[in-house]
Design a protein around this ligand. Structure first.
Ligand code: DI6
Ligand code: FE
Length: 406
């Protein structure tokens, strides 16, 4: 396609912020047009308002198809070595947690496989996962470290993530997650791990330009708020934004800590309470809802969606793609799960993988179809936006447009 063109015959789910309360659901424009130039959106509106003297560029009629912003997966761990199918099978054959652990299962096995893999292998293993996301219209994918847990492998994971963004037409945002777990060699010495490995690795990764944000896992099986805070302090000193896996399996107070540090997002949050929701509203943090993990571990505590709604906390939805608790590479299925498991509305689900996901990554030019934004778009063979969340295991993507190019 030429540099400048106009898409017509499009039903646009613009997903613009309903700030004035005068926007239709989904920011819908029924018979819309989008003018694209130099990879950016130059104009958006009803086709009837598009005049030849405005945008006299080649037109492409989309035959009434639905157009949304390109999808954004704002929480993934797609870079890792090996997989955990063996332990999945062992458990379903009745093995206990201890038996799985003794057979070398659990997060430790992924750490071993990730440390053993070369940079090229990490990239090659992650590509099919990334391609699955792209095939459903993803134009931005966040990728975390956290399966290296030593300096060199944490850096390698982030290098692999950056390389993915060069190999595919997609924006990769990298997140340092050194505080994901304590590796076996530091067993029972969490504080030493934070001081001797995690923080030096963060500094080294930042010095190499590999870090867009800093994350941690605040949980009784991972790190306490005081340990996470040590990492957040360094992030703050380096001028890096923070986010946190918090209140996934129990209430540890991670959300309050994250809010105190102005976190971009607090993720999982099944066990968050109304005070946490208030704190997140005050700090402007996005609640990243991860139904794939909830489903996989057969959690029963639902995230407090009502509190988030009541206090105006923006909600995002993401795959949490990881080999243990969420081997999921579909944002469409994630949307369906957000609706069916958590009673999110289809409009909240779509906002969760577009506008609010962009916000959780501090991407100010994505996630909405609006003049000035990047022309990252998804064209779907559906009539209504609710169809995206409604179907299970069906991919109606027609065309994906990345920075104006198809
Ligand atoms: N939350 C989770 O559910 C996992 N990590 C995290 O931060 C599980 C990671 C794994 O089991 O590999
Ligand atoms: Fe995660």
């Amino acid at each position: 396609m030429t540099d400048s063109y106009v898409l017509t015959g499009a039903r646009l789910a613009t997903m613009v912020e309903p700030a004035q309360g005068d926007v239709a659901p989904y920011g819908l424009i029924d018979d819309g047009a989008v003018a694209v130039s130099q990879g950016k959106i130059a104009w958006v509106g009803p086709r009837s308002e598009l005049s030849a003297d405005n945008f006299d560029w080649p037109q492409r009629d989309l035959g009434g198809r639905l157009v949304t912003p390109g999808l954004i997966d704002c929480h993934t761990h797609i870079v890792f070595g090996g997989n955990r199918a063996m332990e999945f099978e062992m458990r379903l054959n009745g093995a206990s947690y201890e038996e799985v652990a003794r057979a070398g299962g659990g997060i430790v096995s992924t750490v071993t496989a990730t440390r053993t893999a070369s940079l090229e292998e990490l990239i090659a293993d992650a590509l099919p996962r990334l391609d699955a996301l792209i095939a459903e219209g993803a134009t931005v994918v966040e990728v975390k470290s956290g399966y290296g847990l030593d300096l060199e492998t944490e850096l390698n994971m982030l290098r692999a993530a950056r390389r993915l963004g060069e190999l595919r037409p997609v924006t990769i945002k990298t997140t340092f997650l050194g505080a994901h777990a304590t590796p076996t060699e530091f067993k029972g010495r969490d504080d030493e791990y934070i001081g001797e490995v995690c923080i030096p690795a963060l500094r080294a990764a930042h010095a190499e330009g590999l870090v867009d944000a800093v994350d941690g896992f605040c949980e009784n099986i991972a790190f306490a708020p005081a340990q996470i805070e040590r990492v957040f302090k360094v992030a703050q000193e380096l001028g890096l934004p923070v986010k946190l896996h918090a209140e996934q399996l129990s209430h540890q107070g991670g959300t309050a800590l994250a809010a105190q540090y102005g976190a971009l997002s607090v993720d999982h949050v099944e066990y968050a309470n109304e005070d946490d929701a208030r704190a997140m509203a005050d700090s402007g943090s996005v609640a990243v809802i991860l139904p794939g993990a909830f489903y996989t571990i057969r959690e029963t505590q639902m995230p407090p969606i009502e509190h988030f709604r009541k206090h105006g906390v923006p909600m995002a939805l993401a795959t949490d793609c990881n080999p243990g608790s969420s081997p999921l590479t579909s944002l469409l299925l994630t949307m369906n799960m957000g609706c069916t498991l958590f009673r999110m509305t289809p409009e909240e689900a779509l906002a969760g993988v577009t506008r609010n996901a962009a916000r959780s990554l501090r991407l100010t030019d994505r996630g909405q179809i609006k003049a000035g934004m990047r022309a990252d778009l998804a064209v779907w063979d559906v009539e209504t936006p609710a169809e995206l969340a409604y179907r299970i295991g069906f991919n109606p993507l027609h065309t994906r447009i990345y920075e104006g190019a198809q």
